[in-house]
Write a protein that binds this ligand. Sequence first.
Ligand code: B16
Ligand code: MG
Length: 211
Amino acid sequence: MRYKGIIFDLDGVICSTDEYHYLAWKALADQLGIEFDRQINNRLRGVSRMESLEIVLEKSNKVYSDAEKAQFAEVKNALYRELLGQMSTADLSEEVEATLNVLRNKGLALAIGSSSKNTPFILERIGLAGFFDAVSDGNNITHSKPDPEVFLKAAQMLGLPPAECLVVEDAHAGVQAAVAGGFDCAAMGDAKDDPRATWHLGTFSDILMIR
Ligand code: B16
Ligand code: MG
């Protein structure tokens, strides 16, 4: 493989917590009587919690105060964390686990680059706490994707320039962030056909076919 390091997005790449984000936002939207579907949900991928809330509220004709918005974000996060609490090592797929181990054995530096403030909790639930050489997440950034900050910090933690790292993403905002930071990007899932990506993965283990 031409890269020395790989920076993985978390939700929708390493695990399927993207489905839990959808369920939690859907429950909040239902409580508020706001229309919300999977198409709108796809716009929230890679975007921070508060920016996601603004997108959810686009369908509302009410004007909410900052205090109300903070409370809605709290409600959504509590629902989301309840779902995360039910996760276990069984939620790390065999495919992802085996692929990560092959990459580790090849000597590649492996990092997480996620917008989520819940990253440490999720990694612990699925048994990956301590596995990655670096974790850059929503707790150490000021701008979320499509800003490249989270990936630039991950590369810095690995001690590698962006040109030597590959970013793996399922979100269009994440692909945009990778390209803006000077990284090659392997896109999968919702962003698979994004023309800005260097590689298009049918499934996670296709990373092993990149030379
Ligand atoms: P939290 P990723 C992102 O994670 C999610 O895709 C996005 O939907 C979410 O709003 C964001 O994390 C913030 O998450 O509310 O847990 O801090 O895809 O960058 O791993
Ligand atoms: Mg994602």
